[in-house]
Design a protein. Structure first.
Length: 255
């Protein structure tokens, strides 16, 4: 009798039927969210995750920014190039982190973001090469700084030339409760998003138009600045019975 093993396959298509992503052209396109208490920081825990399909990892680009021009110690920002770079105000002190082992993979859906749980600031990355939190971290205590600027996806808040990303983004979420690595891995593998502590959940189910709704109930509606839409989204793995050893196929784009 043949031995049966569970194989994790990334060729399944069991994504939500209304799943869509937003396209960024690298020069002018971004999404802005008006400042609100649910996204501006001010607490001792802040976790953000989003799916990112970069078509290039050259240069220091800015997928996430909530900084205020001319104001120090009042922001959070994630940059990529292809390493993840974090710039935070925690407890009124600037904290910067450059990861070493985590790198974005071009033309693949990466689940990435940041994780601050009251004592350590780390980057999060899940792709075919790395899955987990960065081993490099910054010790920090206190609350995340607040400001009145919008949250921007796709470039710096100021729209600085050279910071615009090229590629696609799907479902950015923001939590004010810590997430276990296993929980983040479950998001990556199975799209199981916890609802506790959810401050923003942009599911991007609209598929057209110039706005994206917030499913968290906090009303953080985003405005698209000249972006287009795509049916390309991360694929969810499915378990199948196989007589072969377990394999993992990288997430690719669904067109």
């Amino acid at each position: 009798m043949a031995r049966t093993a569970t194989t994790t396959s990334r060729i399944g298509l069991n994504v939500p039927a209304d799943a869509r992503s937003v396209v960024f052209n690298g020069t002018t396109q971004k999404i802005t969210f008006a400042n609100s208490t649910s996204i501006q920081g001010g607490g001792t825990v802040l976790v953000m995750l989003f799916w990112y399909f970069p078509t290039t990892t050259t240069g220091v680009l800015t997928p996430i920014d909530k900084s205020q021009s001319g104001t120090t110690n009042s922001y959070y920002m994630l940059q990529s190039g292809p390493q993840l770079l974090l710039f935070f105000d925690i407890g009124g002190i600037s904290k910067n982190l450059v990861t070493s082992e985590q790198r974005l993979i071009a033309n693949e859906w990466n689940l990435c973001g940041f994780h601050y749980q009251g004592s350590l600031l780390r980057a999060a990355m899940f792709n075919s090469n790395f899955q987990g939190l960065s081993t490099t971290s910054v010790a920090a205590t206190g609350v995340v700084g607040t400001n009145t600027s919008p949250l921007t996806i796709g470039a710096t808040t100021a729209g600085t030339a050279g910071t615009f990303i090229t590629g696609k983004v799907y479902r950015p979420v923001l939590y004010t409760t810590t997430l276990l690595v296993s929980t983040m891995a479950d998001i990556y593998k199975n799209f199981n998003y916890p609802t506790g502590g959810l401050s923003m959940d942009i599911r991007m189910t609209e598929g057209s138009g110039t706005s994206v709704a917030d499913s968290s109930g906090n009303g953080n509606t985003g405005t698209l600045i000249a972006n287009s839409w795509s049916t390309s989204v991360p694929r969810i793995p499915r378990s199948v019975a196989s007589s072969r050893s377990a394999i993992t196929i990288p997430r690719v784009s669904v067109s």
